[in-house]
Design a protein around this ligand. Structure first.
Ligand SMILES: [Cu+2]
Length: 158
């Protein structure tokens, strides 16, 4: 460190060195930010275990898209004990008479009940504790739960 400083101080002050000296604090700042950012990113699951972002590697993520023709995908797979994040996206605008562009994603057995706003999204993370097949459905539009296109199943395996 000190060796480097001495060398720079004794160097002839041509413009390149000057420019570097001016920018050096910024460069150090940028590197520091990068290092801290990386550290925080990797430590995040440990620092904030309850944050919405699932732990790397252990978690699954699925985006469910909903419009008047149904929910997609129809089948979601998950593992017992592994957090699953579901993001529900409504592709309909608020001018839809049936439901006003809102759609839902509910799994009664797991206490999941999402409602996405028109052209918006909402998400939740939950961890299934028992294997099985769970029905999910939207009960906001199109006759709700009785409508076969507005439902699907979550398959939870060991
Ligand atoms: Cu719906």
């Amino acid at each position: 460190m000190s060796k480097r400083n001495v060398k720079q101080r004794s160097a002839p002050s041509h413009s390149r060195t000057k420019r570097w000296l001016e920018w050096r604090p910024w460069a150090f700042g940028a590197i520091l930010l990068l290092v801290l950012g990386t550290a925080v990113w990797f430590l995040k699951p440990a620092l904030w275990p309850n944050s919405l972002a699932p732990a790397e590697g252990a978690a699954n993520f699925v985006e469910v898209q909903a419009d008047m023709s149904g929910l997609y995908p129809k089948v979601i797979q998950a593992k017992v004990g592994e957090p699953l994040t579901v993001r529900l996206v409504s592709l309909d605008n608020r001018f839809h008479i049936d439901g006003g562009g809102k759609h839902g994603f509910a799994i009664d057995e797991l206490g999941v009940d999402l409602v996405a706003p028109p052209l918006g999204s909402v998400e939740t993370t939950f961890t299934p504790t028992k294997p099985g097949e769970y029905e999910f459905y939207c009960d906001i539009c199109c006759g709700g739960r009785a409508n076969p296109s507005m439902q699907g199943k979550l398959i939870v395996e060991l």
